[in-house]
Write a protein that binds this ligand. Sequence first.
Ligand code: SF4
Ligand code: SF4
Ligand code: SF4
Ligand code: FES
Length: 949
Amino acid sequence: MSINKEQDFGTPASTASSSVTLEIDGFKVTAPAGTSIMRAAASIGIDIPKLCATDSIEPFGSCRLCLVQIEGGRGMPASCTTPVAEGLKVTTQNPRLAEVRRGVMELYISDHPLDCLTCSANGDCELQDMSGAVGLRQVRYNPVTTHLNAVKDESNPYFSFDPSKCIVCSRCVRACEETQGTFALTIDGRGFDSKVSPSQNQAFMDSECVSCGACVQACPTATLMEKSVIDNGQPEHAIVTTCAYCGVGCSFRAEMKGEQVVRMVPHKDGKANHGHSCVKGRFAFGYATHKDRITKPMIRASIKDAWKEVSWEEAINHAASELKRIQAKYGKDSIGGITSSRCTNEETYLVQKLIRAGFGNNNVDTCARVCHSPTGYGLKQTFGESSGTQDFDSVMKADVIMVIGANPTDGHPVFGSQMKKRLRQGAKLIVVDPREIDLVKKSPHVKADYHLKLRPSTNVALINALAHVVVTESLVDEAFVNARCDVASFNKWKTFIADPRHAPEATESITGVPAAALRAAARLYASAGNGAIYYGLGVTEHSQGSTTVIGIANLAMATGNLGRIGVGVNPLRGQNNVQGSCDMGSFPHEFPGYRHVADPKTHQMFESAWQAPLSSEPGLRIPNMFEAALDGSFMGLYCEGEDIAQSDPDIKHVHAALRAMECVIVQDIFLNETAKFAHVFLPGSSFLEKDGTFTNAERRISPVRKVMKPLAGYQDWEVTQMLSNAIGYPMNYSHPSEIMAEIASLTPSFAGVSYEKIDELGSVQWPCNDEAPEGTPIMHTQEFMRDNGKGLFMLTDYVATHEKITPMFPLILTTGRILSQYNVGAQTRRTENVAWHGEDRLEIHPHDAEDRGINNDDWVGIKSRAGETVLRALVSDRVQPGVVYTTFHFPESGANVITTDNSDWATNCPEYKVTAVQVSKVSQSSQWQQDYMAFSERQLELLEQGLNG
Ligand code: SF4
Ligand code: SF4
Ligand code: SF4
Ligand code: FES
């Protein structure tokens, strides 16, 4: 195999619709107007030497290596900054040009170490390539001063910065600005003294750098270099796959040496990321081969026993016989399964099929229950489809962007960078969030026009107030509503929302948002031209999560902001495959494709395809499974890839439910928190060890490709298949492509999806069928997906949460995530990313901290009605007085010890974002934390005993 480098056209593609024809070295070439001569030449295979240009950033014209001559023109213009023009005759090679280029290279090389043979970039260095290309044979200069002794900066855990090799081309600086939008790098000094500097001459780790890797990618020399390449040498082949972290779904080239991943390089053709990445996907892949991986199946009779390593056959047979025993004793509905949004579509599909067809009930649920289930419900009701409406690129046409309860620069960083690019181009920004996220004013050259800093739990009141302004100030897009929506429902809603109780002046006391700012924000969004809404878990994880989603849909429909590029309602999905796990039928009431289990036609179709009697009764949701376990009626669980013992709310209750079950089967790559309560452990495979697909937040189905053998011998779908066969429901797939073929045959929106098509197009967005054979970037362009094609307005009464502040619990705790960590942290905690975030902290406003005598770094107890935990304080005015905030990436933090069991009325999605708490200074960890640490240590001992025994 070969590494197959991606072609670098030198400058970005032009988006102009008109084209021009010119001649380069005697060859005719037609290119879109605005294309550089360099790019036009590259498109016909003529590579003009270059150093400071690369096609991910705008040209700069500093190195003078790419000079060309134009017939009738003066001098030698730089081909990277000179656009094509009709009839030009360009010469890229002649003796004069060659001489100038050699002169340029001579100057560069005179101040560059000549250690090519031992340099980490040997074989992947553009300086080396250009020296060869221009035929450099000698260096006559011997400068008195050089940069050869410049000191290396090794502070970043993933890449090193060796200024002695820097040619000051500024590609890194421009990548940080244009691609990432962080502006962490500058060229410091002038002339010979100029050098690249992170922030104010700081080390990378002390600077603003967020370790996205864009500068490393752009650097043509060994100056910015992945440490994994320094350690292991250049990769020798590459396989395109998809990041397994967040719902952006970035495409990566896994660059390999045999079965070792040398580096993950963002794929330029990736349609979700266009060659960009964040620190997680780019660098934090080491967990996949971490020593904590468990690669042998294990069983034990009780969670007090040591684990025993067994063969796959024994583990699978034991699991199957336990499940059958439990069903025989407690009834058909006494077992169930939980799928995960970390798994592929094919794995998830198989798990729900096993449960429905093999177990004979619908007791299957997914972690989307605890994040985006209200999105599924709300958008299905109003638009007729449970998904976001746009592709990511649509944001580049938005005039006003409203971000509600989401933190894209931390949670969805690559999309966050794209959004920032659009904002720097001039789009307006409205942020609706209790906390001051980076987009509000911390991102360079980006500032929110309005930050509606609402009180947690008051989203519905705020959305209603925005809609009230739209309706009462005649900002409704009547033409859109009349043509595209259910007008009767609109009229009813209009009367409802126009009621003075929804006026910003009336809701101000509920939301805490000044009426004037709210009115102005509503006017801005409604008269935007293109208004686009992006929202996250700050919307869904509430007792009225579904109501807020419906309210957002109402608002977008009323203002006509749907059905075209630049607008839409866009849920930002947390985990990589949240969209896919929902699409694949992971909810207890729905078959794949969101069709109700009681719908006779669908039911019959699945029964006949799966050759098994199916239940038409919706099964248990995750919280109902816990209740049933404590009641003694739910005794066996198959949990693949999900860590409910850490991620679900009111964790003491979850732990009690898990303890009550007779057989908990966990399939995962690590002995996660849930596995500490398990009786059977089936080792899973990381995304690098399997084939399949993930579906990102824009409905894009992207390939996941095996780059190494599964460490435990089997891919996850194979394990589910073995379990299914062992319980007596036969499955005989030989490759995940066959599973996808079955999904396509049974799911209308996937009818045109196949591995061949994904390979051909790179990725495809559903719906993909006869009407849209190449997929659907933007939904509802002609009509909504509801049966009558019309968007439905629904009433959204604000109902205050039960979770109220009281003198005993006077603060509201809300939660979120941070760039460097991912979800429960099982993966990222096992990487160098802990250098950025090694513990969860409690953000508290200076006033609240002062009232309680709390200083930065103090240990503070956080007590709610559900429990108590202890974290270190971070005094910060990013939170408003009365609100405290934490992340939840470390199990010992016990964030979910304090969250309550309140949940969304429609979907049971937990109300993670609102917990009334008291905070006080303490000197030791909470009782729960002490108990947890003791339990956890004991479980690790039981694991050790098993591994050694
Ligand atoms: S660090 Fe690399 S990209 Fe940046 S100026 Fe130096 S050589 Fe160019
Ligand atoms: S890693 Fe990213 S954020 Fe850091 S300096 Fe490079 S481009 Fe900028
Ligand atoms: S933005 Fe998300 S999908 Fe992209 S590299 Fe980062 S974690 Fe992976
Ligand atoms: S590549 Fe054109 S001036 Fe450097």
